[in-house]
Design a protein around this ligand. Structure first.
Ligand SMILES: Nc1ncnc2c1ncn2[C@@H]1O[C@H](COP(=O)(O)OP(=O)(O)OP(=O)(O)O)[C@@H](O)[C@H]1O
Length: 311
């Protein structure tokens, strides 16, 4: 099946800033795809390129079969998009902005929009400028969904929403994916994303660090804590295809977070000179995110082996 979104070596340079570098992404239809990254990682830049609001410096993107750089309107007709700061005409009422937006589409728009507005309990005759932040977010979401797009691109969709509405909204994303639509969202809310996303991509300083289906990601990234008889002991290189995400030392303990660790790695480490013990543990998505973006998970947790336990 053709991907809904595909990018190849997508790169965006601003003056004095590499916002995205060589990002290759593939988003399958009918999935909820979450883009995670710290502040300034490049999420909004990526989303603006996909929605046709920004042309990349180099590389290519295809969204619903269209190049957003050369046909931004063609892309926007096919997608629903909510930016991180939706620009709504403030002087219009909630109902008026629906009528206005409906004029851009030749598919049913106003009825589904008003249905969504009522479901969110929004006051139809109140001006946008008098709405709260969360209410404005709900208007933006209602507008983005009304034309039943095959792809929804959402930049931080739940910021400003209260916990009940956040939950309701994220669950509705799963329902959308179940009907074959695709949801591409960026977020900082790792625990929320974990509940709804099929695939997770983690960007760090403009580069794609990890991108996998959620379950596969959690299975493939592992923490190894090695107890050493001397802090200066050198460990053997990890066998291929292992990729070291982080490595830290805490006294006589060495912690590594590794992706795609082959089974042969643990015996190799256990038999290495100066190694007293090796413990392995699966990580939560939040820990994987921290390892991929900040490098340090902080002090080794209680569950990890201590030298005293080994001796
Ligand atoms: N128009 C611009 N001119 C110069 N630099 C820019 C521009 N737009 C974004 N940047 C820079 O590109 C980098 C990525 O920004 P971006 O907004 O994509 O990050 P983000 O991951 O969405 O962050 P946040 O989570 O804080 O919203 C940042 O360093 C930002 O300062």
């Amino acid at each position: 099946m053709n991907p809904v979104i595909e990018t190849q070596r997508l790169t965006m340079r601003f003056r004095g800033c590499d916002a995205l570098t060589d990002v290759n992404l593939r988003v399958e239809p009918g999935t909820v795809f979450a883009l995670l990254g710290e502040n300034g990682a490049g999420k909004t830049t990526m989303i603006r390129i996909l929605a046709g609001y920004q042309k990349p410096t180099s590389g290519s993107a295809t969204v619903c079969g269209v190049d957003p750089g050369s046909d931004p309107l063609g892309v926007r007709r096919q997608i629903g998009y909510v930016s991180d700061a939706p620009a709504l005409y403030d002087w219009m009422t909630v109902a008026e902005i629906g009528w206005f937006a409906a004029s851009f589409y030749d598919v049913p728009f106003l009825d589904p929009y008003l249905e969504s507005v009522r479901r969110y309990g929004l006051p139809e005759d109140r001006k946008i400028k008098h709405l709260s932040k969360g209410q404005r977010a709900k208007v933006a979401l209602s507008l983005s969904l009304a034309h039943a797009p095959q792809l929804l691109i959402l930049d931080e969709p739940t910021s400003g929403l209260d916990p009940m509405v956040r939950r309701e909204f994220l669950e509705s994303m799963i329902d959308l994916a179940a009907t074959g639509r695709t949801v591409f969202l960026s977020s900082h809310q790792i625990s929320e994303v974990e509940r709804v996303a099929d695939t997770i991509a983690i960007v760090h300083q403009g580069r794609l660090r990890l991108c996998k289906p959620l379950a596969e990601l959690k299975d493939s990234v592992t923490e190894i804590v090695v107890a050493l008889d001397d802090p200066l002991v050198g460990l053997p290189a990890l066998p291929s295809p292992a990729e070291l995400l982080t490595e830290e030392s805490f006294g006589r303990q060495r912690r590594m977070v590794v992706q795609d660790l082959p089974a042969s790695a643990l015996p190799l480490l256990r038999e290495a000179t100066g190694v007293l013990d090796v413990q392995q543990r699966q990580l939560t998505l939040e820990e994987i995110f921290i390892a991929a973006t900040k490098g340090s998970l902080g002090p080794i947790a209680d569950h990890a082996v201590t030298r005293e336990e080994v001796l």
